[in-house]
Design a protein around this ligand. Structure first.
Ligand SMILES: CCCCCCCCCC(=O)SCCNC(=O)CCNC(=O)[C@H](O)C(C)(C)COP(=O)(O)OP(=O)(O)OC[C@H]1O[C@@H](n2cnc3c(N)ncnc32)[C@H](O)[C@@H]1OP(=O)(O)O
Length: 153
């Protein structure tokens, strides 16, 4: 199954968090299934937070960031009755704002599940609700305003 990011055109594939063309990046892969998107990521030990065994909060925000914009794009394609990577003009979103709530420490060394749902899509603006869970426990929640990117002439 192709990830949402697999359909990004080459010029948008350099993102540190999810770009396939960035050799130093995280290469996050997001998928849409029904009314929800999901991605999985296991942070390496170097992503330690301030005390051993827990994940650095900036990485967690990065995961929500990339998963949120991918979620916005996937639901925008759906709203327009289009398939991801259909060869038409690409629909891409950037983060306008991202609120992150760290509910509990996120353990290092296990797979994290990042999920997204669409709260609203109006014009160029999508509001995405995000969660990041470890072992079935929600550790982080996020709320993103994603804005559809329009190339300026
Ligand atoms: C070249 C990039 C190609 C895409 C690459 C994919 C990126 C993958 C994910 C990321 O890493 S994103 C990186 C972090 N985000 C950014 O760098 C975005 C920087 N900000 C911008 O480029 C512009 O501010 C933005 C595109 C978000 C909006 O500018 P525009 O001039 O296109 O639109 P405008 O300012 O008119 O805003 C559109 C609507 O969004 C609203 N809005 C924009 N930023 C907002 C904000 N921060 N908070 C609340 N509302 C916001 C704005 O009020 C307005 O609402 P209304 O239509 O109701 O009037």
């Amino acid at each position: 199954m192709h990830a949402i990011q697999d359909h990004y055109p080459a010029e948008f594939a350099h993102c540190y968090g999810c770009g396939s063309a960035n050799p130093h990046g995280l290469h996050l892969k997001s998928f849409i299934e029904g009314e929800r998107t999901h991605a999985r990521f296991t942070p390496a030990a170097m992503y330690s937070g301030g005390y051993p065994g827990n994940v650095y909060g900036g990485l967690l925000a990065s995961l929500l960031d990339c998963h949120g914009t991918a979620t916005a794009a996937a639901f925008a394609y759906r709203a327009q009755g289009r398939a991801l990577g259909d060869g038409g003009a690409p629909i891409r979103f950037v983060t306008g704002s991202l609120k992150v709530d760290y509910k509990r420490p996120t353990p290092l060394g296990i797979e994290l599940l990042i999920e997204g749902t669409l709260r609203s899509l109006e014009g160029r603006k999508a509001v995405i609700d995000l969660t990041l869970s470890a072992d079935g426990e929600v550790c982080v929640t996020g709320e993103m305003l994603a804005v559809q990117f329009v190339a300026k002439a």
